[in-house]
Design a binder for this molecule. Structure first.
Ligand code: BG6
Length: 496
């Protein structure tokens, strides 16, 4: 039989070169720039993935000249560089292309100064990156539009990357979108969700659609439930003021974890092209059942850790969720009736993100198992996103010795052991993608809106009630209600 063409074969994907361009970072004095963006760009330079003619222009309100900005960023890049291989000589070379423009984002003079800087640097392709406080996103869009900075010259491009959160509800996401569209065409708007750039999240597609043996099992006939856990051991780390407005549901589930769910559950695409992959993700997100207000108490649990209200910048009576667990159902032929349990929280026992796909038990128990209950330990496929990166399959095996006693064992794939070396960070991947113009791993407005529609009934319900917070201790797996959520359908969290 002729082999069908592999839709994911894209030999150029990792070879492609970034064109000559400039990246203008709004919010250059902020956390994301020093922790993620500049270290990622430096690493790309170290890996020779950037063109010889490349410039970074940082902008924020703080008055600084180029030299001061470079001196300020040097120790930060050194500190946050994941590979740890900081090289003085390379930094000198890299920093020569690092510029800075100070100004107020409300002031048209800033945009004139940016225009002058770009002209001075001589770059026609420009990627604007919004990493400011979210309330400034639409101001930047308006001003970039008014200054004509969104318009590209013939043969060149102008693009904009918008950091999360994209709006704080459905209406504000729509409003932000309209403002962006006034300055940039849709195909030049890149809404970032850094989870989609993680190697392990990208690998979900390779695993599902690059292999023939898993896809036949990937449906309601064989899958009992799917659990997605994104646990963090840290608290809000000085981001109390932002976080108390956001909460776990908005901060992690509306974007990152619904994108992960969509990646796990979407239909295969015919080709591996941006519109095709994004169409399938969008379709899946639109198939998630929207809860009625009366169902929220049954399907969603909010938690807050003891001590959150004492964090810097947090209201002592804050009703913020620092933990959220939700049961989603996907109303399509593949997944009807299969619960997707999602949970995330701060101050949980460990940092660990994974997806556990639990299969139905064998129809008959022919054998005894060590714990006497085979059906309680069903086959489990765990896609480990971080910090461990890999995939495990748990199944039963005969315990050596007389008699037929079974014991769960596991088959493990570990990225490090199989591939060696370091995987690129999500920001390295996504920055390159934006610069080469590949939006596959970026979200689209219809996806953003579909996810807001899914979480909005929960947000509204939570806003209208008064919780008895705090309701979990740091270092535990959230409130007991999260266990009860699963117990209602005779399930339990995998590792709690
Ligand atoms: C961010 C959230 O988007 O993702 C943070 O705002 C969270 O609160 C972070 O800590 C988690 O990202 P990662 O890559 O460390 O899992």
């Amino acid at each position: 039989m002729a082999e069908a063409q592999n839709p994911f074969a894209d030999p150029l994907r990792f070879e492609r070169r970034v064109p000559e361009c400039a990246i203008v970072i709004f919010g250059a004095n902020g956390d994301l720039t020093k922790r993620k963006l500049l270290p990622a760009l430096y690493q790309l330079a170290a890996d020779r993935r950037l063109p010889a003619s490349f410039a970074i222009v940082g902008t924020s309100r703080t008055a600084m000249d180029d030299e001061t900005f470079r001196a300020k960023m040097r120790p930060e890049v050194q500190r946050f560089l994941e590979s740890g291989n900081f090289d003085d000589e390379l930094w000198t070379h890299f920093a020569a292309n690092l510029h800075y423009v100070a100004g107020d984002m409300n002031d048209p003079a800033l945009y004139q100064a940016i225009r002058d800087k770009l002209a001075q640097i001589g770059q026609r392709n420009v990627l604007f990156y919004l990493s400011t406080q979210p309330s400034y996103y639409s101001i930047a869009a308006d001003q970039l539009g008014a200054a004509g900075l969104g318009e590209s010259a013939p043969g060149a491009w102008r693009r904009i990357v918008v950091e999360k959160p994209f709006g704080h509800d459905l209406a504000s996401a729509g409003a932000l979108n309209a403002r962006l569209h006034a300055a940039f065409p849709e195909e030049e708007i890149y809404r970032i969700d850094h989870y989609l750039g993680k190697e392990t999240v990208q690998n979900i597609l390779a695993f599902r659609f690059g292999n023939g043996i898993f896809e036949p099992l990937w449906n309601r006939r064989y899958v009992n439930n799917i659990q997605i856990t994104a646990a963090e051991a840290i608290g809000v780390e000085g981001r109390g003021a932002y976080y108390q407005e956001a909460g776990a549901l908005r901060d992690m589930i509306q974007n990152h974890l619904l994108q992960v769910l969509a990646t796990v559950a979407m239909e295969p695409t015919a080709v591996f092209e941006p519109h095709a992959v994004r169409d399938e993700r969008a379709k899946l997100l639109r198939s998630i059942k929207i809860m009625r207000p009366s169902e929220v108490a049954q399907f969603a649990v909010a938690g807050q850790y003891h001590g959150f209200r004492e964090e810097l910048g947090v209201d002592p009576a804050a009703q913020t969720d620092t933990f959220a667990a939700v049961t989603f159902y996907v109303d399509n032929w593949r997944w009807a009736g299969v619960p997707f349990f999602i949970r995330t929280g701060k101050k949980l026992p460990k940092r660990s993100t994974d997806i556990a796909i639990q299969f139905n038990s064998a129809p008959l128990s022919l054998f005894g198992s060590a714990d006497g209950e085979l059906s309680r330990r069903p086959n489990l496929l765990i896609l480990r996103i971080q910090p461990e990166e890999g995939i495990s399959l748990r199944f039963f095996s005969k315990h050596p010795g007389s008699g037929m006693h079974l014991r769960p064992v596991s088959m493990d794939f570990k990225y490090g052991a199989s591939f060696g070396g370091r995987s690129p960070s999500a920001y390295e991947t996504l920055l390159v993608d934006a610069m080469v113009g590949d939006a596959t791993l970026y979200t689209r407005q219809d996806m953003v809106e579909a996810s807001w529609k899914v979480v909005e009934p929960i947000l509204e319900n939570w806003q209208s009630q008064k919780f008895h917070f705090p309701n979990y201790e740091p270092g535990t797996w959230g409130p007991v209600e999260a266990d009860k959520l699963l117990a209602r359908t005779n399930h339990q969290w995998r590792n709690s």
